[in-house]
Design a protein around this ligand. Sequence first.
Ligand code: FMN
Length: 277
Amino acid sequence: MKILTIMGGPRKGYGTIVMEKLEYELKLLQEVEFEYLYLKDVNLESCRGCLNCFFVGEEKCPFAKDDRNEITDKINEVDGVIFMAPAYAMHVPALMKNFFDRLSYIFHRPCFFGKIAIGICNQGISGAKYITSYFNLVADSWGFNFVNRLELLTVPYGGAEKKMTTKIQKTCKIFLKALNGQRYQKPSLGGVLAFRIRKLLYAKYWIDENNADYKYWFEQGWLDDDKKYYYDVKIGVRKRIIAGLICALVKPKFKHLFADDPELVIKRYMKLESLKF
Ligand SMILES: Cc1cc2nc3c(=O)[nH]c(=O)nc-3n(C[C@H](O)[C@H](O)[C@H](O)COP(=O)(O)O)c2cc1C
């Protein structure tokens, strides 16, 4: 079992102390390979917002040759990922935000199905809840099965270690249970809906063979008539009916939005020509 911890803080501080404790507790329960990826030590240029990754392909990112692909390769090799960062100004530190920005194309082209993720944030006073819920959102959108959020107050007041140990042990159990269990979970209504709406978009309104999203969705077979979700899984009738109804409501909007040639719209969008006041 391989686990990768993506460390989003700019120093080896309390976050490292906490993660080393979690690694220790995890290894008491089960033999696992545990690797740390410190974003502070990798070469990941800041996203410049060119939109190439979204529409042309991630290989057309002006910084495609920095460490971005090594990071995604690492994620592809492991069974579980831990997103870990301290609270900075009520959010993740800039390093981690840039990591999410640089990998933003994965929101459009999710690829980490069958992998388990958890999110951990250490804070001084407050903000950690927003951050772990952000980790949850990103991980879900990228295809992970996100199973646990852990917020820790890493201030050395009396008894802090004991409280943290209990929480860390609980997280280890949840993480391992998910790693050893059924990795491909039944999706939520929101998950089914996100799939169905995007399928509708690429199957009917945004058919552009030069578009990276369209190509990916097509190649994955997600645009096939019988595809109900990214992977084969039973989806309840209620979720299917609600998703179907919402898609029917969205159709006229798509018809209106994509009345122009989609390729032309994207070209204008990428050149900042879409808004002319
Ligand atoms: C620039 C900066 C911003 C911070 N913002 C917050 C914050 O919004 N909320 C909070 O609870 N703690 C905040 N803190 C405190 C850190 O989250 C806290 O000290 C944490 O334990 C640091 O983790 P580290 O030792 O792994 O770097 C901030 C610290 C720094 C340096």
